[in-house]
Design a protein around this ligand. Structure first.
Ligand SMILES: *[C@@H]1O[C@H](CO)[C@@H](O)[C@H](O)[C@H]1NC(C)=O
Ligand SMILES: *[C@@H]1O[C@H](CO)[C@@H](O)[C@H](O)[C@H]1NC(C)=O
Ligand SMILES: *[C@@H]1O[C@H](CO)[C@@H](O)[C@H](O)[C@H]1NC(C)=O
Ligand SMILES: *[C@@H]1O[C@H](CO)[C@@H](O)[C@H](O)[C@H]1NC(C)=O
Ligand SMILES: *[C@@H]1O[C@H](CO)[C@@H](O)[C@H](O)[C@H]1NC(C)=O
Ligand SMILES: *[C@@H]1O[C@H](CO)[C@@H](O)[C@H](O)[C@H]1NC(C)=O
Length: 268
């Protein structure tokens, strides 16, 4: 490399430092690669805009909001987005709010989101996300809102989420979660906002306060006895009816045959 090209490179680098951020650029580039946009909703989300997405608080990218030249809010809701969430989303290190709700996004919630130390709002509700809730997101100590309702998330609710003292909204309803609700979330102590059953409903295997107690163990014994008695009685009734019908039919047949016989018999 010649002297002038080094100077030119340095000048270019200096010029671009003030207007673009390589982390945000990596974040946006990877996110558009992992998401699928069949309805072409992310119209201005092009490579040329990733290098320089911000002017003031405004962004050339619909759904993105800027502060100090960095992306601090991403709100891409109800845009029929598919595909998955790139782990490189974690490169948007100034992100405070991530809302990808009401799309058809699949795959897991990347554990890498743990490096979003400023994240306050995480709304991934009404998608098709699967896998477990990564306990690592507890590293996002400012989390205020975790809304993951209406997905296919499985496994247990991480105990560690109880450490998020700023949490004021939490919703994991309508997933495939199982196991006990951590007491640190289900029955929060002190003045921390409490979450009612609405936050946890619609998960077949999930149990514990504040969900209404499952009486399956007590019920199942009764249920088995009930089903046994019920079906016993039912089969008794059925066989009785069967016998009755059989008797009736035979009676009719006999009567018919009697008639036939009496018809064949000549009258004297
Ligand atoms: C993006 O994040 C990855 C993984 O955290 C890291 O290795 C990489 O250096 C980051 N890239 C930029 C441009 O910040
Ligand atoms: C799309 O980006 C260009 C810059 O590349 C900008 O001039 C234009 O205003 C943007 N459009 C929208 C709708 O933000
Ligand atoms: C979602 O978008 C569709 C059109 O794409 C619209 O009809 C519907 O009202 C939107 N829903 C919400 C909750 O904004
Ligand atoms: C998350 O997004 C959904 C749909 O956009 C919205 O209805 C819900 O209120 C949001 N959750 C929170 C806690 O703000
Ligand atoms: C909730 O916690 C309180 C103490 O903070 C305790 O007295 C109560 O029994 C707990 N309730 C349940 C259902 O665990
Ligand atoms: C549960 O809490 C939510 C707010 O988090 C509230 O809107 C709702 O009315 C509560 N439901 C019950 C049954 O208390």
């Amino acid at each position: 490399m010649g002297f002038w090209s080094v100077v030119l490179f340095t000048l270019l680098a200096c010029a671009s430092v003030s207007i673009s951020d390589p982390s945000d650029e990596a974040c946006l580039t990877h996110l558009t690669q992992s998401l699928k946009d069949p309805t072409n909703s992310l119209q201005n989300w092009t490579k040329s805009n990733f290098a320089n997405p911000c002017y003031g608080f405004t962004s050339y990218l619909p759904g993105a909001t800027c502060n100090n030249g960095r992306i601090y809010k991403l709100s891409l809701t109800n845009l029929s987005l598919q595909g998955s969430i790139s782990p490189y989303l974690a490169n948007c290190t100034n992100l405070q709010s991530l809302d990808l709700s009401s799309n058809q996004i699949t795959g897991p919630i990347p554990a890498d989101l743990q490096s979003l130390v400023n994240l306050a709002v995480l709304n991934l509700s009404s998608n098709r996300l699967d896998g477990e809730i990564p306990p690592q997101i507890t590293m996002c100590a400012y989390l205020n809102v975790i809304d993951l309702h209406d997905n296919f998330l499985s496994g247990q609710i991480p105990q560690q989420l109880g450490l998020l003292v700023r949490l004021s909204a939490f919703d994991v309803s309508n997933n495939k979660l199982s196991g006990p609700i951590p007491v640190s979330l289900g029955n929060r102590s002190g003045n921390l906002p409490r979450f009612n059953a609405t936050s946890f409903l619609g998960n077949k295997g999930l149990y514990g306060y504040p969900l209404p107690p499952m009486k399956t163990k007590g019920l199942s014994v009764l249920a088995i006895v009930g089903i046994g008695l019920g079906s016993g009685f039912a089969s008794l009734v059925l066989s009785f009816t069967g016998v009755c019908i059989w008797l009736k039919v035979t009676e009719q047949k006999l009567a018919l045959e009697d008639g036939k016989i009496s018809q064949l018999m000549p009258d004297y």
